[in-house]
Design a protein around this ligand. Sequence first.
Ligand code: ADP
Length: 230
Amino acid sequence: MIEVKSIVKSYKTGSFEFKALKGINLKVENGEFTSIMGPSGSGKSTFMNILGCLDNEYEGKYILNGNDISNLSDNELAYIRNKELGFVFQAFNLLPRMTVLENVELPMVYAGLPFKERRKRSLEALERVGLKERVKHKSNEISGGQRQRVAIARAIVNNPSVIMADEPTGNLDTKSSMEIMKIFQRLNEEGTTVVMVTHEPEIAKYTKRIVRFRDGEILTDELVKGRIKL
Ligand code: ADP
C-alpha cells in the first residue's frame, strides 16, 4: 500500500546542498504496524514529511494505495492527506479552548461534512479510544494521556487507511504510554496501517516491525521478536 522507491531529499542552504535522504526504498503493506527509529538527524522527520504528503520536493517515487503520488501539487496532496491519512503528534496539537468533541470534529469541518454526521462520527471515534464520557470537557481540562486519545480519535475520524504518529508517547508517563499503544494495537487489528516514529525501544516492542535510519539511509529493517501484545 505504501511504496517508496529511491527517495532522495536534499536541503539547500546557499550554495551548500545536504542530502538528508540518500535513496530510500521501503514497502509497507496493508495492516502493518511499523516503527521508524534512528538517532537524531538520521532523516526520520524528513522521511515522515514525505510519507505524510507534507513535502513534494524530492526525487524518487511514492506510490500510495496503487497511485503514483510523487509529482502531485500541494492541493492534490492536501486532498490525499485528508482522505487517506491520520496524524498523531508528540505535542497532541489540540485546540485548547475547544471541547474534546469539537477537536475531533475539526477534520470533518474541513472535509465539509454536515453537522449531524460530524457529531455521529466524532462520538464513534471517541468511543473507540474509550473517551466517550469526556466529550464536553475543554481539551486543556484533561490529562496528557486523555489528550492523546482525543488526538487519535481526531486522526481516525475520516477513516484513514494509514495513521502516521510522530513520537506519540514522547510526552506521556509509562501508564498512559501503554494505554496509547494498546489503542494503536487495536486500531491496527481492525485494519488500519500504523507508521510510528519513536526513539524508545520499549515502545517499539509493541509494534510489528522496526525500520532503523542512520545518516539518511535505512540501516536495518526487522520484524519485532518477542512482540508485546496488550
Ligand atoms: P531526525 O528526524 O531523524 O532527527 P531530520 O529529518 O529532522 O532527522 O534531519 C535530517 C538531517 O537533515 C539533519 O542533518 C538536519 O540537520 C537536516 N535538515 C532537516 N531539515 C532541514 C532544513 N529545513 N534545512 C536544512 N537541513 C535540514
